[in-house]
Design a binder for this molecule. Sequence first.
Ligand SMILES: [Zn+2]
Length: 321
Amino acid sequence: MSSFVVALDVGGTSMKGGLVTRSGEIVRTDRRATPRDRGPAAVIATIRSFIDDLATAGGGTPEGVGLAVPGLVTAETALYSANIGWRDVPATDLVPLDVPVMLGHDVRTGGLAESVLGAGRELSDFLFLPIGTGIAGATILHGEPYGGSAGWGGEIGHIPVFPDGEPCACGQIGCLETYSSASAVARRYSTRAPASSPDAVSVTAERVAALTASGDPLAVEIWGDAVEALSLALATYTLLLDPSAIVLGGGLAEAGALLSDPLAERLQKHLAFRQAPPLRQAALGMSAGMLGAALLGWRAAGFADAGTTWSLDVLKSPRVA
Ligand SMILES: [Zn+2]
């Protein structure tokens, strides 16, 4: 088969791997659990064997390896992840083969994929904002993700939007994530639902979205809080960085117009003297991190322009799991 890279998106609970050719064909995808309860050494060993297995399945030596990982990261070293528990792991320790390798921050690597071949393809400056269990953003400047001076950039989920509000797990008060993440929407609904309701025990953000659409007053209020918190954070972002668009991704964005319509309206309300940037739906879904890792793998192999000619239709072919 033609030459390929191994791409890995390492998450806190599972990792998604793929083999991606120079022309952007995904010839194989696979998934493996992240054994984080067994400690960082076990996670590193699992990453190594996963890469080895994917390379073997490709029937040859990959041109390069790209990895998207959580926490603080440089292109060469995974510096720190509270989620996985590792510190200062060189990229070469994660890859069993003697091939070029490049690391990227998980959200920024997803943002890179949306920038090069997804919803931000023709945009130079935008915010990629996946809203899932947590909220973190990728600031895209001149087509490339920007991580700040030390790699802490993009932590938009911990912007204090309601300073007198609810405590966040991070130690601050009133963070965006406390109101607008998918898990916050579910948690805030279930804690206030009548004790007799099954939704008081377990409810998902998807269910709260459905209840909001059907006019359930508690759901409407909690959805409204989530939208208001997001609109305040995005107004701040817009005034600071003047993005040409805001690309919404993650589980909560699946709600479509139920989220984007009121969010666009509230965002414009908070901006008096300028037009709000348009909101767009992310194009790559849950594959953004893995595809971004493939771009890093090809960049490591010396192809800086990788991805610019890749077709979204090919990437979305049925072979993509
Ligand atoms: Zn916080």
